[in-house]
Structure formats: structure tokens, C-alpha cells
Design a binder for this molecule. Structure first.
Ligand code: NAP
Length: 341
């Protein structure tokens, strides 16, 4: 029996996830879609899928067993709460929500239900290179991690779609989550430095350097450049007591011609993380078919939201902004070292 899924939001990533759910993965059927723009939903709907007028109608439909949320961040809270109220497993693209208060409301609703229903779209945890890197760190052969250098570069982002805060309130959540997961540590403070602004990004505060402080004292420096023109380039290197472990460069055909010897760089996140997104959904389908969720949780989305909020405060204050988390509900009490493994 295939899991019957409804997709909310049929923009860029919604269309890509519909492609993987219908053409790549098994054990799943996209039976319903909705988008604020009806024509876009109709164009993206697989053959036979219902097109609903509203997310609420899709979520409450008896034909839909589990939901994939690919709308923009500010819409996530209402849609997540409706899924939880309906008792339906839900995959939600990052960011979980866009404020601490919203994250707590979603967490409270899920805790009342008493079983995990939400998986957040932090796909890096499903990337084979990040998983190998984590195994080396957890194995302990290099000693304790001391520093993590994370680089997050996008070729471009659509001009005018985002506010100037986008690198900190939208992009940083990936680096915050992968840092917590790789290091099995919580982020307790954030500093931000803003260099000379790139002229390519309009009003965007881009690039930025973020310094994350973890509970055990590891420092994570994150370069975020969202308009760097040459490609989508994700790097990571962990400095430990007795050695360094780094993500490898992605294998790519080596081209030699009159311009020199070169290798292609992924154009965007779809290309760089294509296998990670597939694996993220493979694992989600298994859990959702059993009426629950594994992988990155509402707690992880909450932690990333707090980091983004602290980063925005740090831009204003120019100093170290502390993060205060609530006590972790037992529902999410999986050691970070084991989460999504
Ligand atoms: P997008 O192309 O703008 O698509 C979002 C779609 O959702 C649009 O069609 C939008 O309509 C629609 N929408 C907005 N509010 C809605 C609502 N209340 N109900 C139903 N549909 C609604 O954006 P995207 O790039 O696909 O991003 C979507 C989400 O995925 C964002 O949260 C983004 O941060 C996340 N994302 C994650 C990754 C990753 O690496 N994991 C990569 C890219 C994006 P309008 O255009 O009319 O607003």
C-alpha cells in the first residue's frame, strides 16, 4: 500500500519534491496538491491528483494520509498546526516557522498528541558526505572537535523576493542545524560580522560571517554568501584535537580545454543535494507510513529558529547574543548523536 500524500505549495521546491515523490521514490503517491496560485497547483498536479482550494481542505481530506509543506515560511505554522490537529504525519520544508513563539506553539501541540508527527526539511543530515563526516567525529579518533568552518554559498537568490535579513533568517538555519547535529551540541550564543556588502544583492545583507558558540565551547564560523555568482558551494571542515575532517569536493568530470583544467560546480541546492533529498523522503515515507516521524524534529526547528533570531539581534547589538532554550520535552529526547542516523 502506498502512502497517500498531499503537497502544499507548488513553487520551486514543491515541484522538485513532487517529481521525486512521483518519479523517483516508491511506496508513495501524490494524491493532492494546493497552492495560493491555483494555476500553478493545477500545472504541478500529477495525473489523477486532486487540486484543493486551500491547505486546510487538503489537510482534512480523507484521501490524504500525510502532508508535505513547501509553502513559504510564514505560512508554515498554521499548516503544521492543522496537520497535528488532524493527527497526520507532516514533512515541513525549512524554516519550521519564523518566530520562537510559533515554534513553541507547534511543539506544544505535538507534545499534547504525544507522538512525533513533524519532520523538518534539514536535508544535509541525509547527505552521504555529511553522514561520513559525522561518523568520523563521533568515532573519536581525531579527539574532541574544537572548531567547525561552514561555508554556504548560493549563486544568486531572486531579487526583491526576500528582505535584507534573508541570509540570517532563512539561510543560516541549515548551518545552525548541521552544526548541532555534527557536533552533538547545542548553540548557546551567536555573533555576526557584516563585511562590505556585495553589489549583486540589492538591499540584502550579504555576505555575512556568523560565529556560533556551542554549549561545550566549540566555535563555528559560518560564511553566508547568497549572491556569489559562480555556483552553489557548500563546504565544511571540523578541526579536532588531533586532526581535521572535511567534506570532500563533489566528484565531477574534469574538463580540459583552452580555458584550462576545471570541474563543474552545482548550480543550486537541487543539484548538490539531490541524493540527500531523495534519502530524506525515503526515510520520511517509512516513518509516515507508520503514522509518525523521525529525523529532524520540531525541537530541531525550534533550535534553528532561536539561532536565526539571535543572529538578527547580534547584527543590531554588535555583540554576543545568548540563546535560552526551554527544557527539552521528553518527546524529543533523542541524543543529537543518534538523531537521523
Ligand atoms: P517558492 O518557489 O516561492 O514556492 C513557495 C510556494 O508556496 C509558492 O507557489 C507560493 O505562492 C506558495 N504559497 C505561499 N503561501 C502559501 C499558502 N499559504 N498556501 C499554499 N501555498 C502557498 O519557494 P520555494 O523556493 O519553493 O520555497 C518553499 C519553502 O521551501 C520555503 O520555506 C523555503 O525556505 C524552503 N526551501 C528549502 C530548501 C532546502 O534546501 N531544504 C531549498 C529551497 C527552499 P506565492 O509564490 O504566490 O507566494
Amino acid at each position: 500500500m502506498s502512502l497517500k500524500v498531499g503537497v502544499i505549495g507548488t513553487g520551486m521546491i514543491g515541484q522538485d519534491h513532487i517529481r521525486r515523490l512521483t518519479e523517483v521514490l516508491s511506496g508513495v503517491d501524490v494524491v493532492a496538491v494546493t497552492d495560493i496560485v491555483q494555476d500553478r497547483a493545477r500545472a504541478a498536479a500529477p495525473r489523477g491528483a486532486a487540486v484543493f482550494d486551500t491547505p486546510q481542505a487538503l489537510i482534512s481530506s480523507d484521501a490524504v494520509e500525510a502532508v508535505v509543506i513547501c509553502s513559504w515560511g510564514p505560512a508554515h505554522e498554521e499548516q503544521l498546526l492543522a496537520c497535528i490537529a488532524a493527527g497526520k504525519p507532516v514533512f515541513c520544508e525549512k524554516p519550521l516557522v519564523t518566530s520562537e513563539a510559533a515554534a513553541r506553539r507547534v511543539m506544544e501541540a505535538e507534545v499534547i498528541v504525544g507522538r512525533r508527527l513533524v519532520q523538518v526539511g534539514f536535508m544535509r543530515r541525509f547527505d552521504a558526505d555529511y553522514r561520513r563526516l559525522k561518523r568520523v567525529i563521533d568515532g573519536g579518533s581525531l579527539g574532541a572537535p574544537l572548531m567547525f568552518h561552514s561555508v554556504h554559498r548560493n549563486a544568486s537568490v531572486p531579487v526583491g523576493l526576500y528582505t535584507s535579513d534573508m541570509p540570517l533568517n532563512d539561510t543560516l538555519v541549515h548551518d545552525a542545524d548541521i552544526s548541532r547535529w555534527l557536533l552533538s551540541d547545542e548553540i548557546i550564543g551567536v555573533e555576526v560580522r557584516v563585511p562590505r556588502r556585495s553589489t549583486r544583492g540589492g538591499d540584502l545583507r550579504d555576505p555575512v560571517i556568523v560565529l556560533l558558540h556551542t554549549a561545550s565551547g566549540v566555535l563555528v564560523d559560518v560564511e553566508i554568501s547568497v549572491n556569489i555568482a559562480y555556483g552553489y558551494d557548500i563546504r565544511g571542515e571540523v578541526s579536532c584535537e588531533q586532526g581535521v575532517a572535511a567534506l570532500p569536493n563533489r566528484p565531477a568530470t574534469v574538463i580540459s580545454d583552452r580555458h584550462g583544467i576545471r570541474q563543474a560546480i552545482p548550480e543550486d541546492w537541487r543539484e548538490r543535494f539531490i541524493e540527500a533529498y531523495d534519502q530524506e523522503f525515503r526515510e520520511w515515507i517509512v516513518a509516515a507510513s507508520e503514522g509518525t516521524a523521525t529525523g529532524p524534529s520540531t525541537w530541531d526547528g525550534y533550535a534553528a529558529t532561536l539561532t536565526a533570531d539571535a543572529a538578527l539581534r547580534a547584527v543590531s547589538s554588535g555583540g554576543l547574543e545568548r540563546i535560552a532554550m526551554i527544557d527539552k520535552p521528553a518527546l524529543y529526547d533523542v541524543p543529537l548523536a543518534l538523531a537521523a542516523e
